[in-house]
Design a protein around this ligand. Structure first.
Ligand code: SAM
Length: 484
């Protein structure tokens, strides 16, 4: 039995909504930020991933969005919810059309008048049927990407600015593959031989692409796909840049050596090198990623690259970690969510088996929370409210009030969607804290502290339980596949 119902749902959600929106408005004023507007032609400071969002504003916005999600479920006709959600594939298709036809770029062009362009104008320019374009653009307008200033005339909204060339949203959307994986997901989870598999080469990805290869082996043969994929990973890293830099106490470790395991293009090391001027960084990844990493490091951190403060080297994390020394810090960002448990344990043991007790590990990943919802307000002593967050120096997470899920409902959709994708591509998952603790314990690590960040991810700081005491049997891992 859950907690007794103490508050009527609609009344409670309305009160929460008012409280959250009052706090958003108060914080905008307090921090002298511009008013929020969907009609703005420039991004708002809150849209910039480098902006350090005040804790209360961050949590008030999260609470407002979670409440909107709960209210929508409460009020929407269930049949309409079914149809709307089953048609969500057209969200992806319409966004794809918007970007890949170039219509977004035409509407973003400085020569476009503020009221936007008529679909007939777009037909002339792109040789695309105005009637069909209107169907797509009006659908996008209903999702908040466009506003229809007059019938058939469309202009970009503020969120759509993220889809302009060079922006992270654009990089993400141009990386293909998800619809194909989604189509094969049902076959994966009902597959007679694979349904209980935890192998990264027995997933929807292999079914969809008719290949026996894992994603990484498959991309090795397709350098263009690898470069595009790396840019989408970079966009995901950028999205939480300021949270990672500001909400984790990195500066106490200046002077140490950081090993960025599976560091990709090296963006985390590059960002850290800017705030840790006497530290040394080694970006490790697969050999085929080295040219991309080198070019990126030289472009984004020329001085550090020149001084040799950021090195890069090919290292397969399924082999023993070659970089070992006192006080080394091993960074693993968005690595373990790509792998099933046995592979994660192998990756970590390849470090813990050689690292001294002074080594530290920082695992930057989603910590998945359950969707549990309480119908009563929490006990006072456990509760953090928006009022407690006024001008706090360090970020503290809000306690969800009545009828708001522990994971803040719809605000967790992005991380849960990525979890579905990880399952469909690698037989992996986004893990809960309980799952993280079990997995890290099996790899010989103890959690020292979990740092809550103002973003989708958290930073789990760990230390080796006891040097060299946890080697044990790790199985033999070939490209993440366990064989005995
Ligand atoms: C999701 S990306 C994360 C990149 C980077 N840590 C970041 O946060 O931007 C995963 C990375 O793991 C790398 N990787 C995959 N298999 C690997 C292996 N066996 N050894 C080393 N790196 C590997 C990929 O090439 C990729 O760069």
């Amino acid at each position: 039995m859950g907690a007794p119902l103490t508050l009527p749902e609609l009344e409670s959600l309305q009160a929460t909504m008012n409280h959250a929106l009052d706090a958003v408005r108060d914080e905008i004023k307090r921090n002298k930020l511009p008013e929020l507007s969907n009609y703005a032609t420039e991004p708002h400071p809150l849209d910039n991933p480098a902006f350090v969002c005040p804790s209360r504003l961050y949590e008030a916005r999260r609470l407002a969005l979670a409440t909107i999600g709960q209210l929508k479920s409460l009020l929407q006709q269930p049949y309409e919810k079914v149809v709307e959600q089953s048609c969500a594939v057209y969200d992806t298709a319409a966004l794809d059309i918007f970007v890949k036809t170039g219509v977004i770029d035409r509407l973003a062009d400085h020569s476009t008048p503020p009221e936007g362009l008529h679909v007939q104008e777009l037909q002339k320019q792109f040789d695309l049927d105005a009637v069909k374009l209107a169907v797509i653009l009006r659908y996008l307008a209903s999702q908040g990407w466009l506003h229809e200033t007059r019938e058939g005339v469309f202009a970009l909204t503020r969120p759509a600015l993220e889809l302009r060339k060079g922006n992270n949203g654009r990089k993400w959307i141009l990386t293909p593959g998800k619809p194909k994986v989604a189509q094969s997901l049902l076959t994966q989870i009902t597959h007679p031989e694979w349904k209980y598999s935890r192998q990264p080469d027995q997933t929807a990805f292999q079914l969809a692409n008719d290949t026996p290869l894992t994603l990484f082996a498959w991309m090795k043969q397709r350098p263009d796909e690898l470069t595009q994929w790396a840019s989408s990973v970079q966009s995901l890293g950028d999205a939480y840049h300021s949270a990672i830099i500001n909400d984790f106490p990195w500066r106490r470790w200046d002077g140490r050596t950081f090993i960025d395991c599976g560091g990709g293009q090296g963006n985390l090391s590059i960002s850290l090198s800017e705030i840790l001027p006497t530290s040394f960084f080694v970006v490790q990844d697969l050999p085929e990623v080295m040219p991309i990493a080198q070019a990126n490091i030289e472009r984004r951190a020329p001085a550090a690259a020149h001084e040799g403060r950021i090195a890069h080297e090919p290292v397969n994390f399924f082999e023993v970690q070659p970089r070992v020394g006192e006080n080394h810090v091993y960074l693993l960002r968005y690595i373990l969510h790509d792998w099933p448990d046995h592979a994660c344990i192998a990756i970590l043991k390849n470090i813990t088996r050689v690292a001294p007790p002074s080594a530290r590990f920082v695992i930057i990943e989603v910590i998945s929370k359950p969707n549990t919802t309480s119908a009563s307000d929490r006990h006072l002593e456990e509760t953090v409210t928006l009022d407690d967050l006024v001008s706090v120096p360090h970020h503290v997470a809000l306690t969800p009030p009545a009828y708001i899920p522990a994971n803040f409902g719809v605000t967790a959709k992005m991380s849960l969607a990525l979890g579905v994708h990880m399952m469909g591509v690698f037989n992996a998952l986004e893990r809960s804290m309980r799952e993280w603790k079990t997995l890290l314990g099996k790899a010989g690590l103890r959690v020292v502290h979990v740092h809550t960040l103002r973003g989708m991810v958290s930073a789990i700081e760990c230390e080796p339980v006891a040097a060299h005491a946890h080697v044990g049997h790790v199985g033999h891992i070939v490209g993440g596949k366990e064989s005995h």
